[in-house]
Design a binder for this molecule. Structure first.
Ligand code: ADP
Ligand code: MG
Length: 696
């Protein structure tokens, strides 16, 4: 079987050419299948007496899997051509390219391959710059490609784009049969097209005249080759059929795609000869996987991580199951995956998923979303957040309108967060989107209480570079004359969200650029004053922080400060006998601020023999900043330990695991005096521990 794809701009005459060629080949005794891959689904109408037939996608949408039969979508047309139409989704919704793939899966699965056809001809819309329409070029579907064009610039432009697309699916063998000039009848049309053809190095396999007989034939629901076989137009169409026959048995006559660059296309438009001018060495788009050495974060993921922290909010992941799985399993795999709706579908605690599948990505997924919201509505959520993933972003689901419509209908708060997966950017963008939506739900509160403070940016699953919210924070804030209004968004419930506006002040729980920007935006909206300094780590930072409190509140905290300093000294002097004069190698990430570490080591009298950078980002293998030389490694840790014989190697890196020297993992202290004093005590105990464990 030889497979041919006929491409071209919409309306250029692809279906007319294709149906005629199919008819000609078929009436010469060849077995031909024609497959229309244009959402317009009128490819085969001239073979079917003017009727448009059921499309495969409509059929798949309506028919349960077990009832599907290939014969329901294959119709026999004139001359015995077997006719299939892919069809497509509603304009503006869904992905027609995905639809074409779905159709191929069905046709292959249904055994179309075994039908013994000599030719299979695909009629493909070619002016949509979407990889989906290139499907017939992939997976070895098309052995030869012909492009229908007229002399009009837009149709040559589309032809050039098709060649660019072909380059991206270059599998090493020539595949382009040539151009079919379907004349519009403009002046000098053949010269225009010949100029382009010379530029791209393709033959014009036939020049089909503009002819009113095409309209005649169409009116009788027939191909011109059938109704007017003796016309010059029919001769021209037979030339196309001949070319296909010749090239199917001589595939070495097929050409490689050589699309033109913009400059050369401009020359084509102006009628300036392009051949001889350097045609575009259009570089093949490199497989992104080759270049992708780390997984970039996803706005959908950031949004879900934050919305699921807030109690009273139910999160709906509008997307495929895999997205929800990725977003939930990281923290909830062991505790949270369960069958929330009793329908056997996996969801995790407080998160459910619309489980978009192949058909929703073809036709749109709003009905799945509507159904899920209805199911949730009776379950007592105060608020439902709907977060969209890439698929709804691409297929054009309008979740904003749906959420507002369903809010009105069901009387609960349904908040759309249309981040569209990676469409809206990185995780930080998704976090910001959710945090801003939450902040918008705060009750308006023009009069602020200067003794209330919001702790902001707190993440429930605090990692080691974030402060943990524990007794030390409460004590610090109390010392500064504050009580906590709400901790936002981690540890927060909907009450906390509503209360947000009451506090006079806000403090960030840790220092990080994206978190700072988000907190600034939230505070600006609420009219709350955001402190410059985050919750402080280490004694000096704590004093600076208290100075800022005095500055913004007018409270005199001199006494508090000196009491703290005194307590710090007392607690450290009890530890110092174990640390004074001991030596350390320190390994830290350069991306975090470790001034508190060097300060406390100094205060404890620990001598730092060497400090090193561990990996810049421990998730990214290979991206390191280790004194500009080699990545920090077990080898380097060993050689430091041997060369310097420190009493302790302390690091935030994995590389010291198994080290023969005494080693200690650095965790950042909780804020305030309490936090750093506890930290120092832990270090003191570590200094006392045996350098080697007993079993070594
Ligand atoms: P496409 O499949 O590329 O969208 P069609 O094959 O449906 O385009 O053609 C669009 C219209 O142009 C049809 O009505 C067809 O009869 C008409 N047509 C195509 N080629 C010619 C031609 N050479 N002369 C006159 N009319 C033509
Ligand atoms: Mg068509």
């Amino acid at each position: 079987m030889f497979q041919i794809a006929i491409y071209g701009k919409g309306g250029i005459g692809k279906s007319t050419m294709t149906a005629n060629v199919s008819y000609i080949l078929s009436s010469e005794g060849k077995r031909v299948v024609q497959i229309g891959c244009d959402p317009k689904h009128d490819s085969t109408r001239l073979l079917l007496g003017g009727r448009t037939q059921n499309t495969v996608l409509d059929y798949l949408r309506r028919t349960p899997k077990e009832d599907r039969r290939l014969d329901d979508v294959v119709f026999e047309g004139s001359g015995g051509v077997r006719c299939i139409e892919a069809g497509g989704p509603e304009p503006g919704v869904g992905c027609a390219g995905r639809g074409i793939l779905t159709m191929f899966d069905f046709l292959d699965g249904g055994g179309l391959d075994d039908d013994g056809a000599d030719y299979r001809i695909y009629d493909v819309l070619g002016d949509v710059v979407c990889g989906g329409f290139a499907v017939p070029l992939r997976k070895g579907y098309a052995d030869a490609v012909y492009i229908v064009t007229s002399g009009e610039f837009m149709s040559l432009y589309a032809a050039n784009n098709i060649l660019k697309g072909l380059l991206n699916y270059d599998d090493g063998r020539p595949r382009v049969g040539g151009l079919i000039l379907n004349s519009r009848g403009m002046d000098g049309e053949l010269e225009y097209v010949r100029n382009f053809a010379d530029g791209v190095g393709l033959p014009i396999v036939s020049v089909v005249p503009r002819d009113p007989l095409f309209a005649d034939a169409e009116a009788s629901g027939k191909t011109l080759a059938e109704s007017h076989p003796d016309s010059p137009a029919a001769d021209a169409l037979r030339e196309v059929a001949r070319d296909i026959e010749v090239k199917s048995s001589n595939p070495e006559m097929l050409k490689y795609p050589h699309p033109l660059d913009d400059r050369a296309m401009d020359m084509v438009a102006k009628g300036i000869p392009v051949s001889g001018s350097p045609a575009l060495e259009y570089r093949r788009v490199r497989n992104p996987v080759d270049d992708c050495w780390s997984l970039k974060s996803c706005a959908g993921m950031g949004a879900v991580a934050y919305s699921k922290m807030v109690r009273g909010v139910h999160t709906i992941v509008h997307g495929p199951t895999s997205c929800a799985y990725m977003m939930c399993c990281r923290s909830d795999l062991w505790t949270g995956f369960r069958d929330l709706h009793g329908d056997g579908r996996l969801v995790c605690q407080d998160v459910s998923c619309t489980h978009l599948d192949d058909s929703s990505s073809v036709f749109g997924g709003l009905s799945e979303l509507r159904e899920l919201i209805r199911r949730r509505a009776g379950l007592g959520d105060e608020c439902i957040m709907v977060i969209s993933m890439c698929v709804p972003g691409i297929i054009g689901d309008n979740i904003v309108d749906l959420c507002s419509e369903m809010s009105d209908e069901l009387g609960i708060r349904i908040v759309p967060v249309p981040v569209d997966g990676i469409g809206a950017g990185s995780a930080s963008d998704g976090i910001r989107a959710v945090v801003m939506k939450l902040a918008e739900m705060a009750d308006p509160c023009p009069v602020k209480d200067p003794h209330l403070i919001n702790v902001m940016g707190e993440f429930r699953a605090a990692t080691d570079h974030m402060s943990r919210l524990d007794a030390s924070v409460f004590r610090l804030l109390e010392d500064a004359g504050f009580s906590i209004n709400t901790v936002f968004p981690g540890f927060c419930d909907m009450d906390g969200v509503r209360r947000l506006g009451r506090a006079g002040f806000a403090v960030r729980s840790y220092d990080e650029r994206n978190n700072r920007i988000t907190c600034e935006m939230v505070c600006e909206g609420l009219g709350t004053r955001l402190m410059r300094n985050p919750l402080p780590r280490g004694m000096r930072a704590t004093e600076t922080w208290l100075d800022e409190v005095s500055e913004i509140t007018g409270r005199d905290l001199g006494e508090v400060k000196s009491r703290m300093r005194e307590e710090y000294e007392t607690r450290l002097s009890a530890i110092r006998p174990r640390t004074e004069g001991r030596t350390a190698v320190v390994v830290t990430r350069p991306s975090s601020d470790y001034s508190w570490l060097f300060e406390i080591l100094d205060d404890l009298g620990v001598v730092v023999l060497r400090s090193r950078n561990s990996t810049f980002n421990r998730w990214v293998v290979g991206q390191t900043a280790c004194d500009g030389k080699e990545p920090y490694s077990t080898r380097l840790a060993e050689s430091d330990a041997e060369e310097l014989a420190p009493d302790i190697v302390m690091s935030d890196s994995q590389a010291d695991v198994g080290l023969s020297a005494r080693h200690w993992r650095i965790l950042s202290p909780s804020p305030g005096l309490e936090g750093i004093a506890d930290w120092a005590e832990r270090l003191g105990r570590a200094m006392d521990a045996p350098a080697r464990e007993a079993w070594r």
